[in-house]
Design a protein. Sequence first.
Length: 592
Amino acid sequence: MKHLAYLNKFFRKYQWRIIPGILFVILSNYFGVIPAQVIRMAFDLVKENIALYRLFNGFDRQALVYELFGYSLLFFGALVLLLALIRGLFLFLMRQTIILTSRHIEYDLKNEIYAHYQQLNMAFFRRNNTGDLMNRVTEDVSRVRAYLGPAIMYSINTLVLSLMVIGAMFQVNAKLAICALIPIPILSIVILFINKIINQRSESIQQQLSILSSFVQETFSGIRVIKAYSRETVKKQVFVDESVAYKKVSLSLVKVQAIFFPLILLLIGLSTIITVYVGGTEVIQGSITSGNIAEFIVYVNQLTFPAMSLAWVTSLVQRAAASQKRINEFLKTEPEIKSGTKKIDFSGNIHFKNVSFTYPDTGITAIKNLSFEIHPGKTLAIIGKTGSGKSTIARLLMRMYDVQEGQILIDNTPIQQLDLHGYRSIIGFVPQEVFLFSDTIAKNIAFGVDELHMETVEDAAKKAVVYQNIMAFENGFETFIGERGITLSGGQKQRVSIARALAVHPKILLFDDCLSAVDTKTEEEILQNLSQVIQDHCVIFIAHRISTIKNADHILVMDQGQLIEEGKHDALLAAKGSYFELYEKQLLEEED
Ligand SMILES: Nc1ncnc2c1ncn2[C@@H]1O[C@H](COP(=O)(O)OP(=O)(O)OP(=O)(O)O)[C@@H](O)[C@H]1O
């Protein structure tokens, strides 16, 4: 329960909706209880009038008595209807306030979690899988909403209704009240017990459903591989097995649900029998009227709802507490990368000073005592075997992680002191694994800018040598890509990604092995175009191919996190070290 305390701030925020809501609950219950008394009066009236009618047997007046009796019954009927309408109005207002508030809080909470997610750093996203992250914003928030809305509404309702009904029962006759109430606690316990089983089984259904949907999602994403390896039958069998498991748990739930309602009806029926029996003896003794029995039957039936909702509300609150605990775990995770305050006016100097870095989650030391400097308008290239730490340098430069030793200075200011948002917005980053959104090509290219200007988009596409490809599509820049659209080739994707980086007019251009899927001729063309744009930029090329980087002003050769050689292309070749070996190897590969 302590986890749910987090939500109290929302109760304070929406108090002027919740307080009237509580008032409406009380009023709706009040108008729900009064009809029982009206029914009692009507019942007694019927009895008295029948006696009166018989008294006038054989007289003319009998017809008048009959007429009067009819009118008064009509009046009582109309009164019950009117009371029901008033109750309905308050029920409507109760939902409009309390349930509506729960939707407002759900909205606030979702936004809060989403905004928090965006502040958290990469290590957090690596630790938690996407399904889990999504569940907390969707499933968990819905469960919390069930507590904020229905659970709270029905708890107040149950409390108020029980107090009013039980109070009214005792007012009529304490003995009858006690007898009629005996089955109710048993009913509550039974419901509580069955509800627990229902919850456990629903939980298993949910789990099985999520296994099933993850499986389907993965098969659809990997459909090409499945088809290529002819694994359709195997996958189908797995699906059938999982579906059978799902059917089994679903049927087990249906079984419990099937006995749930008959059992409740049985216990209510028991209560009614007791009421009629004990009530009958009381009527014989003259302590109550037969109208009171009718009144009591209505009360007993009214108590069914609180008895049922007690169990239901308990499970809603338990589930919400578990969900809020999970949400709190995330909300209390502090972003490790905190923005500095210094606004950047980048003049083009980047300095890595004895930098060492170990990935916190795996303990892999990816960079060891690395130092280098980039000057305004110059191009730096980083080359090396896979896993030598090249992409890590890019991540550190974008401050996705903080270094453990050494310093990264941007225009002589430690990177930690810079305003992170401003700093990252001067970088045009092209990642190794291209990610394009399911949207138009134009919007993908203009992703990093606030307003989409077609000239900028087209210009960037031309520089990235993808303009002709895009224009060849029927809808040009409006072509939809991704899940519901066309699939771009690997090289086209890389070039759209390059255009995206160029469209933000960055001061630092960071290319992480982004020309690997492009043929050497196109690569040459892109590099040619870039050489025109990059005059006043800092450009960092991470590459595997020497052809990509041979014209760079400075080349770093990395191996196992260490800088093993550096210099210009010609000097490195002349040194006949690792760079030279790599060059020879790539020359041979080309000749093959
Ligand atoms: N997010 C991460 N968490 C933990 N370890 C990582 C992470 N990313 C990379 N590593 C590890 O750090 C080392 C350097 O990886 P990095 O991605 O920088 O290499 P790379 O030189 O860019 O390789 P490639 O050329 O194959 O892209 C590798 O051993 C890798 O397993």
